[in-house]
Design a protein around this ligand. Structure first.
Ligand SMILES: *Cc1c(COP(=O)(O)O)cnc(C)c1O
Length: 387
């Protein structure tokens, strides 16, 4: 067995953590366990604690160990989707009458869950600008706030929040800091090492990485917090299935090389778009002129594969550019090896139209894949020529 320790390099942990070979045959890849139930040696005689698939499954456990090792948490929990993970975390750690303070640029689905589903059950929310630390401090100390929730880089505005500073503010107020690390992935950013208490992921995105599996995860710094969420996972049942867990584990093993390739290509696209007459702003934290560049450079290894663009010609130009791309596929979601283009205000973020979280109509979001950079650049160039 290849042993990994918390000081092993990222790729070593990604490939080996939770991936011990199968003891009977020596199969290097742990087998995929579909069984929903486990034989007992006499009543209550469980083998290694395995009882029923909603509670535990070896394939899910293997993914959870891998995720915990990569984010540096005590425990990871794998769910059927990113939103199932968020729902379990919110319901496990909040009670009616309490308030979650979240970024005013949070993912639309997160805001919809908090406001439209949990709101009627008595959970309050307050969106704030996460770059305004005084406003965050004031919000977490008004009312009963157990959670401060931040997404960085944010979807789709690519705003950067200072994780270490927010952790300090949360802890001063007795709150836990939750970081949605979906856009960066654990390869580019490790929130727990910066002071965060809980990391959430839509593993559908970079961790899954091939646009063929929907999933989510929660990783907690402390075992005690993880236990509360694990109880809800078991009691309410939002677990990931064995095949999904297997695919996610397989994908995580190549996360490091994929994120390097995504970052290489996105940097080239962001550079190319900068200074084009039709473009009014390129939102990419790797650009020195990005307002969050300095903080991003401090807390991220590189800047990732997501680039948002705003067009001088407004909504019409944004729509035309989106529909003119040929190598980028027009689709929701992100983080796969294939390049995708999304028009957030009508697609991923349609649910926050008319709220404080509304996305500008001149904005297009690119999920830059790992195809040959020359082909992606030529595609962007020909789409700009259509404007
Ligand atoms: C997609 C996404 C989610 C939701 O995850 P699902 O897997 O679609 O349920 C949450 N946060 C961010 C930042 C996302 O991009």
């Amino acid at each position: 067995m290849t042993e990994t320790t918390p000081t092993s390099g990222f790729a070593t942990r990604a490939i080996h953590a939770g991936q011990a070979f199968e003891p009977v045959t020596g199969a290097v890849v742990p087998p995929l366990h579909f069984s929903s139930t486990y034989a007992q040696d006499g009543i209550g005689g469980l083998r290694n604690g395995y009882e029923y698939g909603r509670g535990t499954n070896p394939t899910r456990d293997s993914l959870q160990e891998q995720l915990a090792a990569l984010e540096g948490g005590a425990k990871a929990l794998s769910f059927g989707s990113g939103l199932a993970a968020e729902d379990a975390l919110l319901r496990a750690l909040m009670r009616p009458g309490q308030k979650v303070v979240l970024g005013n640029d949070a993912y639309g689905g997160t805001y919809r869950l908090i406001s439209k589903v949990l709101g009627p059950w008595g959970i309050e929310n307050q969106p704030v600008d996460m770059s305004d630390l005084d406003a965050v401090r004031a919000a977490v100390s008004s009312g009963d706030v157990p959670l401060l929730w931040v997404e960085t880089p944010s979807n789709p505005l690519m705003q950067i929040a200072d994780i270490a500073a927010l952790a300090e503010i949360a802890h001063e107020a007795g709150a836990l800091l939750v970081v949605d690390n979906t856009f960066a992935s654990p390869y580019l950013q490790q929130p727990i090492s910066l002071g965060a208490d809980i990391v959430v992921h839509s593993t559908t995105k970079y961790i899954g990485g091939h646009s063929d599996v929907v999933g989510g995860a929660v990783i907690a710094r402390d075992a005690e917090v993880a236990e509360k969420i694990q109880f809800l996972q078991f009691a309410a049942g939002g677990v990931s299935g064995p095949m999904d867990a297997f695919l996610t584990t397989r994908s995580l093993k190549t996360l490091a090389v994929r994120m390097e390739a995504h970052s290489d290509n996105a940097e080239k696209i962001a550079d190319f778009l900068t200074g084009q007459a039709a473009v009014s702003a390129v939102l990419y934290p790797g650009l020195p002129e990005h307002p969050g560049h300095e903080i991003a450079a401090k807390q991220m290894r590189r800047f990732g594969g997501m680039v948002s663009v705003r067009f001088a010609g407004g909504e019409q130009a944004a729509r035309r550019f989106t529909e003119s791309l040929r190598v980028f596929t027009l689709a929701e979601s992100l983080g796969g090896i294939e390049s995708l283009v999304n028009y957030p205000s009508e697609m991923t973020h349609a649910s926050v139209k008319g709220t404080e979280l509304e996305v500008p109509v001149d904005l297009v979001r690119l999920s830059v894949g790992i195809e040959d950079a020359a082909d992606l650049l030529a595609d962007v160039e020909q789409a700009l020529e259509q404007l």
